[in-house]
Design a protein around this ligand. Structure first.
Ligand code: GDP
Ligand code: CA
Length: 319
């Protein structure tokens, strides 16, 4: 493995949400050395529960890439128990956001370090290292950016986790905003990684609540627009449907076509190439006509072999 002195020309950067990104990145690390990859992760989902700072997307990527994710639930750690949540139920504390006993150690450690003055990127790198990761994992920003969801029928604004977990993403959405994003600075290393990467990958993540918050950080958007020809996205929408999660409902509510064409329209300012699924081959012409070059591949990552093949084709997709 080419360990520490990776050629700059080989470097890859990836914009990542949670589970969709993690599955893709896991395939990517089967085909390129982890030390050549910088993953820039959404923090718009982050929130405080029981006084603890929780970063769902960073933790999904960390747990998944270290092979410790929970296959059944799709979130959290394997072999998890919920004794602390049961204990909190006794006091009537709200426990709709389920934090497992093993998982709680991550949030306790992160919160303690943040309270002691460490930045989120410092703590993220410590946590990734402790789980044995060699990939460079960075939060998009060390500033607080919060994804806020406005509900259509009563115009009430909710935090992302209230809408997604507590209300199971059922209330119809009127709009989505990223509180404080305009003021946020990219975390150290983010702009450097995006400027130097041979290819910038937009992982198959939720375009509205995983990728858009990252692009809402002004400097990140600027550098991506500048480097549009180096950016390759992977569509999270296959045959008009999300593989899992609420991306389809969100796109539909915001008036975006639920297809790889809608994804291309959302990304067209900063993404030169989009990998779309072979089931959507008939939509390639419409993606191309948006000025986004469509590359057709098998994007349903049903096993690690397909994920690795998709990663290889994504890296090769940039001309
Ligand atoms: P979350 O924050 O945990 O919801 O994760 P992400 O935002 O990273 O990923 C959610 C998106 O990943 C959803 O829109 C899914 O459709 C997409 N996704 C999950 N698995 C696959 C897959 O195998 N192939 C593709 N193309 N997209 C996937
Ligand atoms: Ca997420």
């Amino acid at each position: 493995m080419r360990a520490t002195n990776a050629n700059v020309a080989d470097m890859l950067a990836a914009l990542a949400g949670g589970v969709g990104a993690a599955r893709f990145l896991s395939g990517l690390l089967d085909v390129v050395p982890a030390t050549e990859v910088t993953a820039i992760v959404n923090t718009g989902d982050d929130d405080k529960f029981h006084g603890l700072w929780v970063c769902p997307d960073l933790d999904s990527v960390t747990y998944h890439l270290s092979g410790n994710h929970n296959h059944e639930t799709g979130w959290g750690l394997a072999d998890e128990t919920f004794r602390v949540m049961e204990g909190l139920d006794r006091f009537g504390s709200p426990t709709w956001f389920r934090l497992g006993d093993r998982d709680l150690a991550t949030h306790l450690y992160r919160t303690e370090r943040l309270n002691a003055g460490a930045t989120l990127s410092e703590v993220t790198s410590e946590i990734a290292k402790a789980w044995g990761l060699e990939i460079n994992l960075i939060p998009m920003t060390n500033d607080r950016v919060a994804t806020r969801i406005t509900i259509a029928d009563n115009h009430e604004e909710q935090s992302l986790q209230e809408w997604f977990v507590k209300n199971q993403s059922t209330p119809v959405v009127e709009s989505v905003r990223f509180e404080n994003a305009e003021m946020a600075q990219a975390a150290p290393g983010v702009i450097e990684a995006l400027s130097q990467a041979e290819t910038i990958i937009i992982c198959p993540s939720n375009p509205i609540i995983s990728i858009s918050p990252i692009l809402a950080v002004p400097k990140i958007r600027e550098v991506l627009i500048d480097r549009r020809d180096h950016v390759v996205g992977v569509s999270p929408i296959i045959a008009g449907r999300t593989v899992r999660g609420p991306a389809d409902r969100l796109m539909d509510a915001l008036g975006i076509e639920v297809s790889c064409v809608g994804v291309a329209a959302t990304y067209q300012d900063f993404c030169g190439t989009l990998v779309i699924d072979s089931r959507d081959a008939d939509l390639a012409g419409r993606v191309n006509s948006l000025g986004v070059r469509a590359v057709i591949s098998d994007t349903m990552m049903s096993n690690s072999r397909i994920a690795a093949a998709l990663a290889r084709e994504t890296v090769a997709a940039r001309t």
